[in-house]
Design a protein around this ligand. Structure first.
Ligand SMILES: [Zn+2]
Length: 189
């Protein structure tokens, strides 16, 4: 019987006891779930990067984002910042691309103003980097807003659930009253 190596835990196992996906074999219990979670996380990460990318090229009215700017944003995501030409680790993991996009939206007016008044309408790596710096200054505000929004949603969900509970108890009450009607199944036939 063939033994195959699980890409998640590197342990070998009989093929028959494993789940196959994308030509690889995973342990049924933990590893397959873990692989699915990682795959979903990658999908979300790529989507958020794409959204940010599209936003920035539109903001600066360009077709492709210069490599220098891409590197800076990806480094920021990985937790690095550039100080005087030095790559410095600032966080364990950096802000998500989604949060950067939110910070960009907060910084948009300032960035547009700077492009027009300080950078003479320029669209090069330096001008875009200037925008990135303004965006970074808005990250904390974006984070605070996101947290507030999440709290609101949580609060809303809680209120919704308690009013749903109320609706359900009302239904039960109503059903009790209508019990005699319900017993007459002829209306369903
Ligand atoms: Zn495994």
């Amino acid at each position: 019987m063939a033994l195959v190596k699980c890409p998640i835990c590197s342990q070998r196992e009989h093929k028959e006891n494993m789940i196959q996906e994308d030509k690889r074999y995973y342990h049924v219990e933990y590893c397959h779930e873990r692989w699915k979670r990682d795959k979903e996380a990658t999908r979300i990460e790529n989507q958020q990067w794409d959204d940010l990318y599209q936003y920035i090229i539109k903001l600066h009215d360009i077709i492709v984002l210069p490599t220098g700017n891409i590197t800076r944003l990806k480094d920021l995501r990985a937790g690095f910042e550039f100080k005087d030409g030095q790559r410095v680790r600032k966080w364990n993991t950096g802000p998500t691309f989604e949060l950067m996009l939110e910070a960009y939206l907060l910084a948009e007016d300032s960035i547009r103003w700077c492009i027009a008044n300080k950078l003479d309408g320029s669209r090069d790596t330096r001008a875009i980097n200037y925008g990135v710096s303004i965006m970074i200054d808005k990250l904390n505000e974006a984070f605070a807003r996101k947290k507030r929004r999440e709290q609101h949603t949580e609060q809303f969900e809680r209120t919704k659930i308690s009013s749903e509970d109320k609706n359900i108890s009302n239904e039960i009450l109503k059903n009790k009253h209508n019990k005699i009607d319900e017993m007459d199944i002829s209306s369903f036939l």
